[in-house]
Design a protein around this ligand. Sequence first.
Ligand SMILES: Cc1cc2nc3c(=O)[nH]c(=O)nc-3n(C[C@H](O)[C@H](O)[C@H](O)COP(=O)(O)OP(=O)(O)OC[C@H]3O[C@@H](n4cnc5c(N)ncnc54)[C@H](O)[C@@H]3O)c2cc1C
Length: 273
Amino acid sequence: MLLREVEYARPETIDEAVRLLSSREDARALAGGQSLVNVMKIRVAAPELVVDLNRIEELRGISAAADGSLVLGAMVTYDELIRSDAVRAARPILGEVALTIADVQVRNRGTVGGNLCVNDPTNHLPPLMATTGATMTIRSLEAERTVSSDEFFLGVYLTAVTPGEMLTRVTVPALAPGESDGWASVTLGKDGTGIVNVAATVAAGQARIAIGCVSAVPVVVEAEADEVSVRKAVADADLDPPSDVHASADFRRHLAQVLAWRAVGQALERTGA
Ligand SMILES: Cc1cc2nc3c(=O)[nH]c(=O)nc-3n(C[C@H](O)[C@H](O)[C@H](O)COP(=O)(O)OP(=O)(O)OC[C@H]3O[C@@H](n4cnc5c(N)ncnc54)[C@H](O)[C@@H]3O)c2cc1C
């Protein structure tokens, strides 16, 4: 189906972008377009104004903050995460997981900001942001605020970014000594959509685990980093997985336990524990 006629703007600064996004009730930011253009094509979304963020240099680039945290511009692509030495040094899991998202075309275009702002429960990056302790910085016309992942992900396709606002950057703490990350997922075919995705961060025998695809937002649980504790914590968690042609809700619950332990196990291996 062809796109509905839509007004298009291509600002060069964040200030100009938020002014445009605030100028209409139904203005939408365009990042990589890998979700937005698809939903526009099937008319699930029909914004009056599309504000293309691709020319805004301030939204690009990966840098290190004074404390070593990675600062990712909202328009950093998956491919840039994969290729970044800074990411490899500070938080390699980000590039490793980005490498498993869909295909080369999607990885060349898709952005960190778009992945988080769309908050599709099957997307790869939301669980990672939850376990790594990332914070999201949101700009409006009047102000800037920084929120944690608990405050950012609010529901299916719903985040703390309200109309007129935009996500400008994501700050991910560098791994602390003795800390490491793991990831495990079962997908539809190789690098396909997640049936269940799990991220884990382990430090000093404690695991922080975030499970994707089993609720509207990543479900975060904490446990001692051993198999019995991890499986019990996930079994006791408030999961609300869907049942569909790919997997029943019960099977997704089962997978969540298996994959949580697999992700924690991978993190433990990396700490040498
Ligand atoms: C075939 C295919 C398979 C895919 N498989 C996966 C997968 O397995 N895992 C996965 O994680 N993803 C997958 N995706 C989705 C892909 O990762 C998208 O890139 C991502 O969901 C959206 O990122 P984007 O940069 O393309 O954003 P866009 O599509 O441009 O935007 C998505 C939404 O976010 C908003 N937005 C974007 N940036 C900002 C910002 N800075 N501030 C405020 N709002 C913003 C837009 O207005 C829009 O509502 C797949 C996509 C395709 C086409």
